[in-house]
Design a protein around this ligand. Structure first.
Ligand code: FAD
Length: 393
Protein backbone atom coordinates (compact mmCIF):
# COMPACT_ATOMS: atom_id res chain seq x y z
CA UNK A 1 0.00 0.00 0.00
CA UNK A 2 1.45 3.39 -0.92
CA UNK A 3 1.51 6.10 1.74
CA UNK A 4 1.52 9.67 0.48
CA UNK A 5 2.57 10.95 3.91
CA UNK A 6 5.44 8.49 4.50
CA UNK A 7 6.50 7.48 1.00
CA UNK A 8 9.58 5.44 2.09
CA UNK A 9 10.72 3.51 5.16
CA UNK A 10 13.17 6.36 5.88
CA UNK A 11 10.36 8.92 5.91
CA UNK A 12 8.32 6.78 8.30
CA UNK A 13 11.33 6.26 10.60
CA UNK A 14 12.00 10.02 10.55
CA UNK A 15 8.38 10.76 11.50
CA UNK A 16 8.44 8.23 14.34
CA UNK A 17 11.73 9.58 15.68
CA UNK A 18 10.65 13.25 15.57
CA UNK A 19 7.19 12.50 16.98
CA UNK A 20 8.65 10.58 19.92
CA UNK A 21 11.14 13.38 20.65
CA UNK A 22 8.46 16.01 20.26
CA UNK A 23 6.03 14.33 22.64
CA UNK A 24 8.73 13.55 25.20
CA UNK A 25 10.86 16.71 25.08
CA UNK A 26 9.15 19.52 23.15
CA UNK A 27 5.62 19.24 24.49
CA UNK A 28 6.39 19.59 28.22
CA UNK A 29 8.30 22.87 27.78
CA UNK A 30 5.95 24.60 25.32
CA UNK A 31 3.71 26.49 27.75
CA UNK A 32 6.58 27.87 29.79
CA UNK A 33 8.57 29.18 26.83
CA UNK A 34 5.41 30.71 25.36
CA UNK A 35 4.59 32.44 28.65
CA UNK A 36 8.11 33.77 29.21
CA UNK A 37 8.75 34.59 25.53
CA UNK A 38 12.07 32.76 25.61
CA UNK A 39 13.80 30.59 23.02
CA UNK A 40 14.83 27.16 24.29
CA UNK A 41 18.38 27.15 22.93
CA UNK A 42 19.45 23.97 24.72
CA UNK A 43 16.57 21.93 23.31
CA UNK A 44 17.08 23.47 19.87
CA UNK A 45 20.72 22.36 19.73
CA UNK A 46 19.63 18.79 20.52
CA UNK A 47 17.70 18.76 17.21
CA UNK A 48 21.16 18.74 15.67
CA UNK A 49 23.30 16.77 18.08
CA UNK A 50 20.71 14.05 18.89
CA UNK A 51 18.21 13.96 16.03
CA UNK A 52 20.36 15.15 13.13
CA UNK A 53 17.48 17.14 11.60
CA UNK A 54 18.93 20.68 11.61
CA UNK A 55 20.32 19.91 8.17
CA UNK A 56 17.55 17.59 7.04
CA UNK A 57 17.90 18.61 3.37
CA UNK A 58 21.70 19.10 3.39
CA UNK A 59 24.03 16.57 1.71
CA UNK A 60 25.69 14.21 4.19
CA UNK A 61 29.18 15.41 3.26
CA UNK A 62 28.32 18.80 4.85
CA UNK A 63 26.89 17.24 7.99
CA UNK A 64 23.24 16.93 6.94
CA UNK A 65 20.75 14.08 6.57
CA UNK A 66 20.63 14.31 2.75
CA UNK A 67 16.84 14.03 2.58
CA UNK A 68 14.13 15.73 0.49
CA UNK A 69 11.25 18.21 0.78
CA UNK A 70 8.91 15.48 2.06
CA UNK A 71 11.29 14.85 4.96
CA UNK A 72 11.39 18.58 5.76
CA UNK A 73 7.57 18.58 5.71
CA UNK A 74 7.43 15.66 8.14
CA UNK A 75 9.77 17.31 10.67
CA UNK A 76 7.78 20.58 10.61
CA UNK A 77 4.42 18.83 10.96
CA UNK A 78 5.61 16.81 13.95
CA UNK A 79 7.38 19.64 15.82
CA UNK A 80 4.51 22.08 15.27
CA UNK A 81 2.00 19.62 16.76
CA UNK A 82 3.82 20.18 20.07
CA UNK A 83 5.18 23.72 19.85
CA UNK A 84 4.76 25.89 16.73
CA UNK A 85 6.93 28.67 18.21
CA UNK A 86 9.86 26.32 18.70
CA UNK A 87 9.21 24.93 15.22
CA UNK A 88 9.36 28.44 13.70
CA UNK A 89 12.88 28.82 15.09
CA UNK A 90 13.69 25.46 13.50
CA UNK A 91 12.25 26.61 10.15
CA UNK A 92 14.20 29.89 10.15
CA UNK A 93 17.42 28.02 10.85
CA UNK A 94 17.00 24.84 8.80
CA UNK A 95 15.12 26.13 5.78
CA UNK A 96 15.86 29.87 5.53
CA UNK A 97 19.53 29.66 6.48
CA UNK A 98 20.81 26.07 6.16
CA UNK A 99 18.87 24.88 3.11
CA UNK A 100 19.29 28.26 1.42
CA UNK A 101 23.08 28.12 1.85
CA UNK A 102 23.26 24.44 0.85
CA UNK A 103 21.47 25.18 -2.42
CA UNK A 104 22.83 28.62 -3.31
CA UNK A 105 26.29 28.83 -1.70
CA UNK A 106 29.60 27.50 -3.05
CA UNK A 107 31.53 24.57 -1.56
CA UNK A 108 33.91 26.78 0.42
CA UNK A 109 30.94 28.56 2.06
CA UNK A 110 29.14 25.27 2.67
CA UNK A 111 32.22 23.77 4.31
CA UNK A 112 32.69 26.86 6.46
CA UNK A 113 29.15 27.06 7.89
CA UNK A 114 27.08 23.94 7.30
CA UNK A 115 28.74 21.42 9.65
CA UNK A 116 28.33 23.84 12.60
CA UNK A 117 24.77 24.76 11.57
CA UNK A 118 23.80 21.08 11.18
CA UNK A 119 25.22 20.09 14.58
CA UNK A 120 23.51 22.96 16.42
CA UNK A 121 26.73 24.76 17.29
CA UNK A 122 25.70 27.76 15.13
CA UNK A 123 22.20 29.25 15.05
CA UNK A 124 21.25 31.07 11.87
CA UNK A 125 18.48 33.03 10.18
CA UNK A 126 17.56 34.91 7.03
CA UNK A 127 17.05 38.67 6.61
CA UNK A 128 14.75 39.80 3.84
CA UNK A 129 12.05 42.00 5.44
CA UNK A 130 12.68 45.59 6.49
CA UNK A 131 10.77 48.15 8.56
CA UNK A 132 9.50 49.71 5.31
CA UNK A 133 9.34 46.68 2.98
CA UNK A 134 7.66 43.33 3.58
CA UNK A 135 5.29 42.12 0.86
CA UNK A 136 6.96 44.61 -1.46
CA UNK A 137 10.28 42.92 -0.78
CA UNK A 138 12.03 44.15 -3.92
CA UNK A 139 11.47 47.65 -2.52
CA UNK A 140 14.08 46.94 0.18
CA UNK A 141 16.57 49.71 0.93
CA UNK A 142 19.50 47.96 2.64
CA UNK A 143 22.45 48.83 0.46
CA UNK A 144 25.63 46.95 -0.50
CA UNK A 145 28.48 49.12 -1.88
CA UNK A 146 31.57 47.52 -3.39
CA UNK A 147 34.86 48.61 -1.75
CA UNK A 148 37.88 46.68 -3.09
CA UNK A 149 37.49 43.07 -2.05
CA UNK A 150 34.69 43.89 0.42
CA UNK A 151 31.05 45.01 0.33
CA UNK A 152 29.85 47.67 2.79
CA UNK A 153 26.35 46.96 4.08
CA UNK A 154 24.06 49.69 5.45
CA UNK A 155 20.44 49.33 6.50
CA UNK A 156 18.00 47.65 8.85
CA UNK A 157 16.21 44.33 8.76
CA UNK A 158 12.98 43.71 10.64
CA UNK A 159 11.10 40.69 12.05
CA UNK A 160 14.11 38.38 11.87
CA UNK A 161 13.46 35.00 13.47
CA UNK A 162 16.56 33.84 15.41
CA UNK A 163 17.92 37.38 15.03
CA UNK A 164 18.49 37.21 18.78
CA UNK A 165 19.03 34.01 20.73
CA UNK A 166 18.46 35.69 24.10
CA UNK A 167 17.28 39.15 25.18
CA UNK A 168 20.65 40.69 24.38
CA UNK A 169 22.61 38.31 22.15
CA UNK A 170 22.62 38.16 18.35
CA UNK A 171 22.19 34.87 16.47
CA UNK A 172 25.43 33.53 14.99
CA UNK A 173 25.11 33.90 11.23
CA UNK A 174 22.62 35.27 8.69
CA UNK A 175 21.85 35.31 5.02
CA UNK A 176 21.13 38.97 4.25
CA UNK A 177 19.60 40.38 1.06
CA UNK A 178 20.75 43.85 -0.02
CA UNK A 179 20.49 46.12 -3.04
CA UNK A 180 23.30 47.46 -5.16
CA UNK A 181 24.13 51.10 -5.61
CA UNK A 182 22.12 51.63 -8.79
CA UNK A 183 19.08 50.66 -6.65
CA UNK A 184 17.39 49.00 -9.62
CA UNK A 185 14.59 46.80 -8.37
CA UNK A 186 16.01 43.40 -9.21
CA UNK A 187 19.75 44.09 -8.55
CA UNK A 188 19.79 42.26 -5.23
CA UNK A 189 22.62 40.21 -3.73
CA UNK A 190 22.82 37.77 -0.86
CA UNK A 191 25.54 37.93 1.82
CA UNK A 192 26.66 35.88 4.80
CA UNK A 193 26.86 38.21 7.80
CA UNK A 194 28.40 36.90 11.01
CA UNK A 195 28.04 37.92 14.64
CA UNK A 196 31.12 39.92 15.60
CA UNK A 197 31.44 41.79 12.30
CA UNK A 198 31.94 45.45 13.14
CA UNK A 199 28.81 47.55 12.66
CA UNK A 200 26.44 44.56 12.87
CA UNK A 201 24.19 44.77 15.94
CA UNK A 202 20.92 43.79 17.56
CA UNK A 203 18.50 46.72 17.20
CA UNK A 204 15.75 45.31 19.40
CA UNK A 205 14.33 41.98 20.41
CA UNK A 206 10.63 42.32 19.67
CA UNK A 207 8.44 41.46 22.65
CA UNK A 208 4.71 41.12 23.15
CA UNK A 209 4.00 39.02 20.06
CA UNK A 210 0.51 37.53 19.77
CA UNK A 211 1.92 34.06 19.11
CA UNK A 212 5.09 32.16 18.18
CA UNK A 213 6.46 33.51 21.45
CA UNK A 214 8.92 30.63 21.87
CA UNK A 215 10.84 31.92 18.85
CA UNK A 216 12.71 35.19 18.95
CA UNK A 217 12.01 38.02 16.52
CA UNK A 218 14.44 40.89 16.17
CA UNK A 219 15.38 44.04 14.35
CA UNK A 220 18.97 43.89 13.09
CA UNK A 221 21.10 46.91 12.25
CA UNK A 222 23.90 47.14 9.66
CA UNK A 223 26.09 50.23 9.93
CA UNK A 224 28.98 50.15 7.50
CA UNK A 225 29.45 46.40 7.96
CA UNK A 226 32.48 45.24 5.95
CA UNK A 227 31.59 41.90 4.41
CA UNK A 228 34.41 40.09 2.56
CA UNK A 229 33.75 39.07 -1.03
CA UNK A 230 34.10 35.44 0.09
CA UNK A 231 30.77 35.93 1.91
CA UNK A 232 28.85 36.89 -1.25
CA UNK A 233 26.47 34.10 -2.29
CA UNK A 234 26.36 33.48 -6.04
CA UNK A 235 26.64 36.18 -8.69
CA UNK A 236 26.38 39.84 -7.58
CA UNK A 237 22.94 41.31 -8.32
CA UNK A 238 21.39 37.93 -9.15
CA UNK A 239 19.90 36.83 -5.83
CA UNK A 240 16.22 37.29 -6.73
CA UNK A 241 16.13 33.83 -8.26
CA UNK A 242 17.62 32.15 -5.19
CA UNK A 243 15.22 34.18 -3.01
CA UNK A 244 12.23 32.87 -4.98
CA UNK A 245 13.55 29.31 -4.86
CA UNK A 246 13.95 29.44 -1.09
CA UNK A 247 10.50 30.99 -0.64
CA UNK A 248 9.00 27.81 -2.10
CA UNK A 249 10.40 25.51 0.60
CA UNK A 250 9.66 28.17 3.22
CA UNK A 251 5.98 28.28 2.23
CA UNK A 252 5.72 24.51 2.00
CA UNK A 253 7.15 24.03 5.49
CA UNK A 254 5.00 26.83 6.95
CA UNK A 255 2.03 24.91 5.50
CA UNK A 256 3.41 21.77 7.18
CA UNK A 257 3.42 23.67 10.47
CA UNK A 258 -0.27 24.44 9.89
CA UNK A 259 -0.89 20.70 9.60
CA UNK A 260 0.72 20.08 12.97
CA UNK A 261 -1.42 22.79 14.57
CA UNK A 262 -4.61 21.44 12.99
CA UNK A 263 -3.92 17.81 13.91
CA UNK A 264 -3.22 18.66 17.53
CA UNK A 265 -6.32 20.86 17.75
CA UNK A 266 -8.51 18.07 16.36
CA UNK A 267 -7.06 15.55 18.83
CA UNK A 268 -7.77 17.89 21.72
CA UNK A 269 -11.34 18.73 20.69
CA UNK A 270 -12.15 15.12 19.80
CA UNK A 271 -10.93 13.79 23.16
CA UNK A 272 -12.62 16.56 25.10
CA UNK A 273 -15.95 16.05 23.32
CA UNK A 274 -15.87 12.35 24.28
CA UNK A 275 -15.43 13.10 27.98
CA UNK A 276 -17.33 16.29 28.70
CA UNK A 277 -20.95 15.73 29.72
CA UNK A 278 -23.70 18.31 29.14
CA UNK A 279 -27.43 17.70 29.33
CA UNK A 280 -26.71 14.08 30.27
CA UNK A 281 -24.67 13.25 27.16
CA UNK A 282 -21.08 13.63 26.00
CA UNK A 283 -20.59 16.69 23.80
CA UNK A 284 -19.93 14.61 20.70
CA UNK A 285 -23.62 13.66 20.63
CA UNK A 286 -24.55 17.21 19.63
CA UNK A 287 -24.78 17.99 15.92
CA UNK A 288 -23.11 21.38 16.18
CA UNK A 289 -20.11 19.83 17.95
CA UNK A 290 -20.01 16.98 15.39
CA UNK A 291 -19.81 19.61 12.67
CA UNK A 292 -16.79 21.26 14.32
CA UNK A 293 -14.97 17.93 14.62
CA UNK A 294 -15.90 16.38 11.28
CA UNK A 295 -15.31 19.47 9.14
CA UNK A 296 -11.99 20.08 10.88
CA UNK A 297 -10.82 16.55 10.19
CA UNK A 298 -11.89 16.68 6.51
CA UNK A 299 -10.21 20.06 5.96
CA UNK A 300 -7.04 18.88 7.71
CA UNK A 301 -6.86 15.77 5.54
CA UNK A 302 -7.51 17.80 2.36
CA UNK A 303 -4.70 20.19 3.32
CA UNK A 304 -2.44 17.32 4.26
CA UNK A 305 -2.88 15.62 0.90
CA UNK A 306 -2.19 18.93 -0.91
CA UNK A 307 0.93 19.61 1.16
CA UNK A 308 2.49 16.14 0.76
CA UNK A 309 1.67 16.04 -2.94
CA UNK A 310 3.36 19.44 -3.41
CA UNK A 311 6.34 18.29 -1.31
CA UNK A 312 6.75 15.17 -3.43
CA UNK A 313 7.01 17.36 -6.54
CA UNK A 314 9.25 20.07 -5.10
CA UNK A 315 12.85 19.78 -6.28
CA UNK A 316 15.08 21.58 -3.79
CA UNK A 317 17.49 22.96 -6.38
CA UNK A 318 15.07 24.49 -8.87
CA UNK A 319 12.19 26.96 -8.75
CA UNK A 320 8.89 26.25 -10.49
CA UNK A 321 6.33 25.20 -7.87
CA UNK A 322 5.16 28.67 -7.06
CA UNK A 323 1.41 28.22 -7.55
CA UNK A 324 1.31 25.25 -5.21
CA UNK A 325 3.86 26.43 -2.64
CA UNK A 326 1.74 29.60 -2.33
CA UNK A 327 -1.43 27.49 -2.56
CA UNK A 328 -0.61 25.08 0.27
CA UNK A 329 0.29 27.90 2.60
CA UNK A 330 -2.76 29.98 1.69
CA UNK A 331 -5.13 27.05 2.26
CA UNK A 332 -3.45 25.48 5.29
CA UNK A 333 -2.79 28.69 7.25
CA UNK A 334 -6.47 29.61 7.14
CA UNK A 335 -7.46 26.00 7.77
CA UNK A 336 -5.23 25.72 10.88
CA UNK A 337 -6.52 28.96 12.35
CA UNK A 338 -10.14 27.92 11.76
CA UNK A 339 -9.56 24.45 13.21
CA UNK A 340 -7.84 25.85 16.33
CA UNK A 341 -10.73 28.32 16.64
CA UNK A 342 -13.28 25.49 16.52
CA UNK A 343 -11.25 23.58 19.12
CA UNK A 344 -11.50 26.56 21.48
CA UNK A 345 -15.27 26.66 20.84
CA UNK A 346 -15.70 22.94 21.57
CA UNK A 347 -13.83 23.31 24.86
CA UNK A 348 -15.79 26.40 25.90
CA UNK A 349 -14.15 28.22 28.84
CA UNK A 350 -11.49 25.54 29.12
CA UNK A 351 -10.46 26.29 25.55
CA UNK A 352 -9.79 29.89 26.45
CA UNK A 353 -7.02 29.15 28.97
CA UNK A 354 -3.52 27.72 28.60
CA UNK A 355 -4.10 24.30 30.19
CA UNK A 356 -5.57 22.71 27.07
CA UNK A 357 -3.11 24.34 24.63
CA UNK A 358 -5.64 25.31 21.96
CA UNK A 359 -5.52 29.03 22.74
CA UNK A 360 -1.75 28.92 22.14
CA UNK A 361 -2.20 26.95 18.91
CA UNK A 362 -4.76 29.52 17.72
CA UNK A 363 -2.41 32.45 18.50
CA UNK A 364 0.47 30.66 16.78
CA UNK A 365 -1.68 29.81 13.75
CA UNK A 366 -2.35 33.50 13.03
CA UNK A 367 1.30 34.15 12.18
CA UNK A 368 1.04 31.69 9.30
CA UNK A 369 -1.33 34.09 7.53
CA UNK A 370 1.38 36.80 7.67
CA UNK A 371 4.95 35.43 7.86
CA UNK A 372 6.61 34.04 4.73
CA UNK A 373 4.00 35.91 2.66
CA UNK A 374 0.59 37.23 3.67
CA UNK A 375 -2.63 35.60 2.47
CA UNK A 376 -3.05 38.55 0.12
CA UNK A 377 0.45 38.05 -1.32
CA UNK A 378 -0.36 34.40 -2.08
CA UNK A 379 -3.65 35.38 -3.73
CA UNK A 380 -1.81 37.95 -5.85
CA UNK A 381 1.01 35.57 -6.88
CA UNK A 382 -1.27 32.66 -7.63
CA UNK A 383 -3.67 34.66 -9.75
CA UNK A 384 -0.76 36.16 -11.69
CA UNK A 385 0.69 32.71 -12.36
CA UNK A 386 -2.63 31.03 -13.17
CA UNK A 387 -3.50 33.66 -15.77
CA UNK A 388 -1.31 31.85 -18.28
CA UNK A 389 -3.04 28.51 -17.79
CA UNK A 390 -6.09 28.14 -19.96
CA UNK A 391 -6.51 24.65 -18.60
CA UNK A 392 -5.61 24.60 -14.93
CA UNK A 393 -4.25 21.03 -14.96
C1 FAD B 1 6.88 36.54 13.93
C2 FAD B 1 7.43 36.94 12.59
C3 FAD B 1 8.57 36.32 12.11
C4 FAD B 1 9.13 36.70 10.89
N1 FAD B 1 10.32 36.15 10.48
C5 FAD B 1 10.97 36.69 9.39
C6 FAD B 1 12.30 36.28 9.05
O1 FAD B 1 12.91 35.40 9.70
N2 FAD B 1 12.92 36.88 7.99
C7 FAD B 1 12.30 37.85 7.24
O2 FAD B 1 12.89 38.35 6.30
N3 FAD B 1 11.02 38.26 7.54
C8 FAD B 1 10.35 37.70 8.60
N4 FAD B 1 9.08 38.13 8.92
C9 FAD B 1 8.46 39.18 8.11
C10 FAD B 1 7.24 38.72 7.30
O3 FAD B 1 7.63 37.91 6.22
C11 FAD B 1 6.48 39.99 6.89
O4 FAD B 1 5.87 40.48 8.07
C12 FAD B 1 5.45 39.74 5.82
O5 FAD B 1 6.07 39.43 4.59
C13 FAD B 1 4.52 40.94 5.63
O6 FAD B 1 5.25 42.12 5.48
P1 FAD B 1 4.89 43.43 6.36
O7 FAD B 1 4.77 43.00 7.77
O8 FAD B 1 5.84 44.49 6.01
O9 FAD B 1 3.42 43.82 5.88
P2 FAD B 1 3.04 44.69 4.57
O10 FAD B 1 3.75 44.12 3.40
O11 FAD B 1 3.20 46.13 4.87
O12 FAD B 1 1.49 44.34 4.45
C14 FAD B 1 0.48 44.97 5.26
C15 FAD B 1 -0.88 44.53 4.69
O13 FAD B 1 -1.00 45.00 3.34
C16 FAD B 1 -1.27 43.92 2.47
N5 FAD B 1 -0.66 44.18 1.16
C17 FAD B 1 0.61 44.57 0.88
N6 FAD B 1 0.80 44.63 -0.45
C18 FAD B 1 -0.36 44.25 -1.02
C19 FAD B 1 -0.82 44.09 -2.38
N7 FAD B 1 -0.01 44.31 -3.43
N8 FAD B 1 -2.08 43.68 -2.57
C20 FAD B 1 -2.91 43.42 -1.53
N9 FAD B 1 -2.56 43.57 -0.25
C21 FAD B 1 -1.30 43.96 0.01
C22 FAD B 1 -0.67 42.72 3.17
O14 FAD B 1 -1.21 41.49 2.70
C23 FAD B 1 -1.04 43.00 4.61
O15 FAD B 1 -2.36 42.64 4.85
C24 FAD B 1 8.48 37.70 10.11
C25 FAD B 1 7.31 38.30 10.58
C26 FAD B 1 6.79 37.95 11.82
C27 FAD B 1 5.55 38.65 12.32
Amino acid sequence: MSDLFNPTEEHLALRQMVRAFSEREVDPQAEEFDRTEQFNQALFRRLGSELGVLGVTVPERFGGAGMDAVAATIVHEELAASDPGFCLAYLAHSMLFVNNLAINGNDEQRERFLPGACSGELIGGMCMSEPGAGTDVLGMSTLAKKDGDHYILDGQKMWITNGAISDTELGDVFLVYAKHEDRSERAISLFLVEKGMEGFSLGQKIKGKLGMRASTTAELVFEGVRVPEANLIGTPGKAVRSMMRNLEIERLTLAAMSLGIARRSIEIMNNYAKERIAFGKSLNHFGQIQRHIAESYAEYMAGRAYVYNTAANLALDSAGNRVDSDGVKLYCAMMAKNVADRAIQVLGGYGYVAEYHVERLWRDAKLLEIGGGTNEAHQKNMTRDLVGREKIL
